[in-house]
Ligand binder design. Sequence first.
Ligand code: BDP
Length: 718
Amino acid sequence: MWKKAILWAAAALASLIATAETGYELWQRYAPPAQATIASQYRSLLAVHFRSGTPTDSVLLAELDRAFQGMLRSRPRLSPSPQSAGLIIQLFQESAVAAWWPSSVPQQCGPEGFAVHHRVVAGRSQVFIGANTSIGLLYGTFHVLRHMAAGRPLAGVATAGASAPATRWRMLNHWDNLDRSVERGYAGQSIWNWHTLPDYIDQRYIDYARANASIGINAVALTNVNANATVLTPAYLEKVKALAQVFRPYGIRIFLTARFSAPIEIGGLKTADPLDTAVQGWWQRKADEIYQRIPDFGGFLVKANSEGQPGPQNYGRHHADGANMLAKALAPHAGVVIWRAFVYSHETPEDRFKQAYQEFVPLDGRFDSNVLVQVKNGPIDFQPREPFHPLFGALPRTPTMMEFQLTQEYLGFATHLVYLGPMFTEVLGTDTHRPTAGNTVADVVSGKSFGYTQTGMAGVSNIGADLNWTGHPFAQANWYALGRLAWNPRLDAASIANEWIAQTFTQQPAAVASIRQMMMQSHEAVVNYMTPLGLHHIMGYGHHYGPAPWYDKASRADWNCTYFHRADQHGIGFDRTSTGSNALQQYAPYWQQQWASAKSTPLSLLLWFHKVGWSEGLPNGKTLWQNMALQYQQGVQQVQQMQQSWAQLRQAVDERRHQQVTQLLHIQASEAVWWRDACLSYFQTFSKQPLPAGVPAPQHPLEYYQQLRFPYAPGQAH
Ligand code: BDP
């Protein structure tokens, strides 16, 4: 009787705990496998053969301990001999594992890769993890744990040969300010508590490092690209050093944003001219000072001569002069400079689309070997959909690194469910046709096309101090996808979603399928209800919240929405062909041909390259105006479908997160309606045509949308 009561109480408690998930654990919840047969298979891995020595080895063991306690309710036991163990984790040079792989595997693994082998002996699974380094073993262990946390049969855990990262720098760029505000951050304050560093080490720093290492992220820039030189002062470098110590065992290197005018601001010099020897000396001493504290410091990330940031052009020098000066200061320590190509000048009236290409292509081959140029995925600015940036493939002699934006500055902030996996893979999988057909953006970025010696992929972080890190529970998937794709840009977005869902929410196949479906259509949905047919940059001025296609009051032309859509009574869109700005010329001939005429341009990119008449017929038989209205409407409906699918998942997902997502989807649905109604009312003043059947009349008159103000919209610059 008592026993029964206690059992019942325990079960009730367990179910209570199960329904109260905060999301803090991210994809590292380590829930027990849903299937009992799988669980019993996993149990043979509890006997672990592993000789721990390095700090990385210690974190590996701690992770195994945590994971097995979660998934198997048991702790791993160390087993002295490999024969009696189920999980054998060994450096290749330690021999026992070496037998499992062809002799080429260790070399293919390189410094960070690993290989996993699985076999069954006397009915029990044995899993071997081999690598050349401790960090390789840690990545291999995370690979195995990911597989287990998704509840998959062990037979599938083996890698086909080596799993080695496609890029050297797999990176998060935090846009975090020293006052803990986050530029374009929608998930609370910065997780870096500069005030209590270096003495106070928040558990979050450790959990952040665990999460990053679990998906292969090995570099983080701590500070905003709109940089503050104070982070380079001794007091702050002490704080940075403390974080570097936390991250080191997880294989994560720290980068700082270098404000180009720092020699003036904190160095007392009169100039920051990169050709001035006093300036060069100042940066050299600064680099030495940093490396003395942080011997594995990654280097500098620099935004220069862009949106008011200082840079070499202030002194009549060019980007390579600036980058090389910093590169020379870092080179003796093997550090690198990541120089951003997101530049557009105040003076040039040129189509903003073209400016980065115009500035950087002439400099190809003039950068030092430890410089990477970091290019946003598209030519304008992280819009819901952009064509790939024409710089990918156009810099054969300059390592070109990818910059994606995880934080949803132009995609509904942390309120909208938008899985960016399909957007990332759409860009990565596009053939640049440079130097020849068959070279995708991924090939360029991973160094395949041009043999770059430095390679990288970065995501602008969407992380903040919110309990669940990213604000929206689904925004975690974008952090996750970035890491997975930086390791292997050929992964497909649906498989990444599958493994993320199984670790994060549920292993139930029907629920996984339904959540994956929501995720996979979510990017197209936001494109439809915000910027269909290739519209871009029609968000609210400054904060970028909500629609404002009418906005035309900014101090410079290309900060106005009207600059980008160019709607008038004749039509809408930006002519970037030879009859317009001819930005098209920056692409390989294949794309020039493809996009030169509106007829051969896909609808998804139409208004990026063409001005099209409102009544012009498109290949689907409808006019441009009808297509536009119907796509806005489709976007709204897609969000409504997501709401319906999610409502049916109440049993499959813990109550708290289910409730959170329900509420957020509700906001997203009404904001999608807002976008549709505001944009269509405005564009209708030019098209002067009725809404097609199936598109409801706007809820309010245009003036209502135009007078809305959001002075405290989150994420604005300080
Ligand atoms: C823009 C953001 C701005 C950033 C800039 C950048 O609105 O806050 O500073 O990108 O990437 O999209 O430098």
